[in-house]
Ligand binder design. Structure first.
Ligand SMILES: N[C@@H](CCC(=O)N[C@@H](CS)C(=O)NCC(=O)O)C(=O)O
Length: 219
């Protein structure tokens, strides 16, 4: 029987943006139900009815918190950190820094990697080598910036994990063969940081928490 007080997370297995939210909910000890969004087989996010009733932006994740329905992982993470008083930074300086990294993540760090991985693992047709080469250059640049930032730091902002870490790490826990990029070998500080995040109570592998079938990389 469903719990009327639980959060409802619209999401699917391959979505690292959804994983960011699932991981934070678990770290906060908050129960949630998942609502499967059939993006890969049915293109649910492009359905006008889905957009009208769930998210006009046509994206997962969407979090229902009672009557409130939120999209954009950065907004959802901020809402949850504020509401539960954890992982939101210790000061207004921290909060500004967190926002800066959330914006960088959404524009570059997550988005180029997610696009590359999607084309390589789940696209309907073989990826265009020129597009992949361009995306890889953008990934290298964005990952290089985070690698540099992590020099002498355990976490992205301050000395303890914040939602900036949950956001930037959203795609790092999927099997490396999906992207075909050996991030751990090329960016050792990022790999060590991801291992530190795995030690946060509540961490779980994405395919163990998000609904939907796991798919073998197609290309
Ligand atoms: N900036 C958004 C990105 C969300 C996003 O790209 N979601 C993907 C799944 S990971 C999606 O639903 N894409 C559907 C589509 O593009 O049609 C966020 O952080 O929530």
């Amino acid at each position: 029987m469903s719990n009327p007080n639980a959060y409802r997370l619209h999401c699917f297995a391959q979505s690292g943006n959804s994983f960011k939210v699932a991981f934070l909910l678990r770290a906060l000890g908050q129960p949630f139900e998942t609502v499967f969004v059939d993006y890969l087989n049915a293109g649910a996010t492009r359905d006008p009815a889905w957009r009208a009733s769930v998210n006009e932006m046509g994206e997962a994740p969407v979090l229902e918190d009672g009557a409130l329905r939120l999209c954009q992982s950065g907004v959802i993470l901020t809402h949850l950190a504020d509401k539960h008083g954890a992982f939101g930074g210790d000061s207004s300086d921290d909060k500004r820094e967190i926002l800066r990294w959330l914006l960088f993540d959404n524009h570059k760090f997550t988005s180029y990697f997610a696009s590359y991985r999607f084309a390589k693992a789940f696209g309907a047709a073989p990826p265009d080598p020129a597009v992949m080469a361009w995306l890889k250059g953008r990934i290298d640049a964005a990952y290089g910036i985070v690698e540099q930032h992590l020099q002498g730091r355990d976490f992205i902002v301050g000395h303890t994990p914040t939602i900036a870490d949950f956001s930037l790490s959203g795609y790092l826990f999927f099997p490396p063969e999906e992207s075909g990029l050996d991030i751990a070998a090329r960016f050792p500080r990022i790999a060590a940081w991801a291992d530190r995040l795995k030690a946060i109570p509540g961490w779980i592998a994405p395919y163990e928490v998000l609904p939907g079938e796991r798919i073998a990389p197609r290309w």
